[in-house]
Write a new protein. Sequence first.
Length: 318
Amino acid sequence: MSQNEIKDLEKIFEEKIARDERIEPKDWMPEKYRKTHIRQISQHAHSEIVGMLPEGNWITRAPSLRRKVALLAKVQDEAGHGLYLYSACETLGISREELYEQLHTGKAKYSSIFNYPTLTWADIGAIGWLVDGAAIINQVPLCNTSFGPYARAMVRVCKEESFHQRQGYEIMLTLCNGTEEQKEMAQDALNRWWWPSLMMFGPTDEESTHTEQSMKWKLKRKTNDELRQQFIDQTVPQADILGLTIPDEDLKFNNDTGHYEFGEINWDEFWQVVKGHGMCNKERISARKNAWDNGEWVRDAAVAYAEKNSEKEIQQAI
Ligand SMILES: [Fe+2]
Ligand SMILES: [Fe+2]
């Protein structure tokens, strides 16, 4: 293709995005757009799958049958999110095997929040309330993102995330209306999950290397700092209802701006966890690798069964 032809295609592509039309897998797209989407969608898919691990730990220890059913449903939803997203990613010309390989070798990242441990039952409440709450704020704008398969997957994902957020908040509410000890457990979970939840929105706008291009492609509709502020403004009143204290001495409402001001995020900790030195990085990756290795016979059996069936179909057709 000549340079001029590429320029024409780029123009058509950019006009489509400007008109808020979707880019579909068979449409022409710049290589950088394709690569950026593979990176972001796979990172998102890996986060859903690795995110099952800290909560999966608590399925057998959930305090009642009702809690167990709800948590089981939530963790299964996360598996479903991962699968939609891997499928969306595959439409960009990368295989599932390559994507897993990237996760297992550490080449691809997943959300650092899942490298923190879940120490008590209250952590399951805090994760639903804060982590799924932050995920919704990150993901709602993606329902309008330019790449069609990603945008469509997000519509269902967001509906399920709001169930996750509410089940988490309800756990917190029950603990906070319980015994003194239960309330302390809820406060302790908030203390440990608050700051990592704020880090889920990524580095500040000044530090974020991908924001500008991603905004242009409508892969991002709001900046990291805008989304983080929205999360804080929404979540602080919810903590008040619970009667819990946000672990930030600098937190205060600014009447003029209508927003909460907040303290300094520990970006050293953020980068340490991103670089693989969080409390559970090694544990999470080895759990994923083991699941992949131990599941080999299931994949082999599924392929053998599919082959047998297609042979049968061919014979019947003859
Ligand atoms: Fe999810
Ligand atoms: Fe979720």
